[in-house]
Design a protein around this ligand. Sequence first.
Ligand SMILES: *[C@@H]1O[C@H](CO)[C@@H](O)[C@H](O)[C@H]1NC(C)=O
Ligand SMILES: *[C@@H]1O[C@H](CO)[C@@H](O)[C@H](O)[C@H]1NC(C)=O
Ligand SMILES: *[C@@H]1O[C@H](CO)[C@@H](O)[C@H](O)[C@H]1NC(C)=O
Ligand SMILES: *[C@@H]1O[C@H](CO)[C@@H](O)[C@H](O)[C@H]1NC(C)=O
Length: 183
Amino acid sequence: MATLPLSLSFISILLITFSTNATASKLGKETETHLHFYLHEIFNDTEPSTVLVAQGPNTSNLNTSFGAVLVMDAMLTETPNRNSKLIGKAQGIQLIAPPLLSSQEDRSLLFVVNLVFVQGEFNGSSLAVLGRIPISSPVREMPVIGGTGRFRFARGYVLTQSYEFDIVKGDIIIEYDVHVLHY
Ligand SMILES: *[C@@H]1O[C@H](CO)[C@@H](O)[C@H](O)[C@H]1NC(C)=O
Ligand SMILES: *[C@@H]1O[C@H](CO)[C@@H](O)[C@H](O)[C@H]1NC(C)=O
Ligand SMILES: *[C@@H]1O[C@H](CO)[C@@H](O)[C@H](O)[C@H]1NC(C)=O
Ligand SMILES: *[C@@H]1O[C@H](CO)[C@@H](O)[C@H](O)[C@H]1NC(C)=O
């Protein structure tokens, strides 16, 4: 029991130390950046961008794929051509969520992804995106919840739509429009 007040006072000393060292600074003017690029998802055995890493006991029996966990490392390019200029990578996880209603139509993904940029003024900066992708919607919207580097304090939204969906080849190209406010 004697250690409790001691550790509490240690914490309050730490708090005092931090607060006396704190300095206030003003952020610059907030700017809006619009980024446009294409994400390439490849589902094949040799060079997949996206792989199934885990699933529930019954996922493969369910026509919704509920319980599937996918890991993604996908290229972001300037044009729909995969050999066009590399803008960055999308790295993260996708979880297949259950339908809201009991129809195949409203399946969705939980998308947790870092968009990491490798060109120009945003080289080395990243944006954190966390959102819901309703599979059947032609345009999907996800929030940008933060960022690093030039994108510190970022907030915004992403609109995506399928550009090409070749299920036989396992090639999916998705167009991204990212709108972010940052300093
Ligand atoms: C897998 O996809 C990549 C990119 O499209 C392609 O280069 C490769 O040849 C494909 N492999 C097979 C076995 O289809
Ligand atoms: C698993 O799938 C089978 C076949 O569709 C079904 O009969 C069974 O009830 C399912 N079990 C669970 C726990 O969902
Ligand atoms: C998927 O399974 C549900 C429940 O078993 C069923 O109601 C629905 O019609 C199925 N959808 C498709 C597209 O097979
Ligand atoms: C991006 O930054 C890395 C690390 O600083 C550097 O090696 C690379 O050349 C830069 N790329 C471009 C296109 O500026």
